[in-house]
Design a protein around this ligand. Structure first.
Ligand code: 4NP
Length: 156
């Protein structure tokens, strides 16, 4: 098995780098680092080249997760490059599938929350304009979703 996962949000500085780093944390714990590769991207160009948001890093650190990476924009070649593309919210999903008008890669694009096992949320909410608790909640939801996603990848 060699599987490539791409996490996508709007800015690639809050939710998707958190998803990528949480997933890498779980993958290392499961001793699968050689087999499952993670990356993240944003649908916008707003923050290209930026490190993860300071508030997001603080929320992740409380759970012993260090956020690494540099923001980049989602590109059409990502459809070929990755096995599964995880959208954080519906707007991200729409922006991604808009770039695949022939629906060739439609099955590769999934909502991140569909893998959560202990939450009924449909989206990872955008924490950018809110307070600290929003960032903590993103981490909670992503820990749940990433653990379900890892089970799915291992099973399939
Ligand atoms: P993200 O959060 O999509 O989770 O990285 C955001 C980051 C930046 C902006 C919005 C959301 N922004 O409007 O600049």
């Amino acid at each position: 098995m060699n599987y490539k996962l791409l996490f996508v949000c709007l800015g690639n500085i809050c939710r998707s780098p958190s998803a990528e780093n949480i997933m890498n944390h779980l993958i290392k714990e499961a001793d699968l680092a050689e087999k499952i590769i993670c990356d993240s991207a944003g649908t916008s160009a707003y923050h290209i080249g930026s490190a993860p948001d300071r508030r997001m890093r603080a929320a992740a650190k409380k759970r012993n997760i260090i956020l690494e990476g540099t923001a980049r924009k989602f590109k059409v070649s990502d459809f070929e490059e990755f096995d599964l593309i995880l959208a954080m919210d519906r707007e991200n999903y729409r922006d991604i599938i808009y770039l695949d008008p022939q629906e060739k890669y439609r099955d590769k694009v999934q909502m991140m929350c569909s893998f959560a096992q202990n939450h009924n949320d449909k989206e990872i909410p955008d924490p950018y304009y809110g307070g600290e608790s929003g960032f903590d909640y993103v981490i909670d939801l992503l820990l749940d979703s990433c653990s379900g996603l890892l089970e799915y990848v291992v099973r399939n």
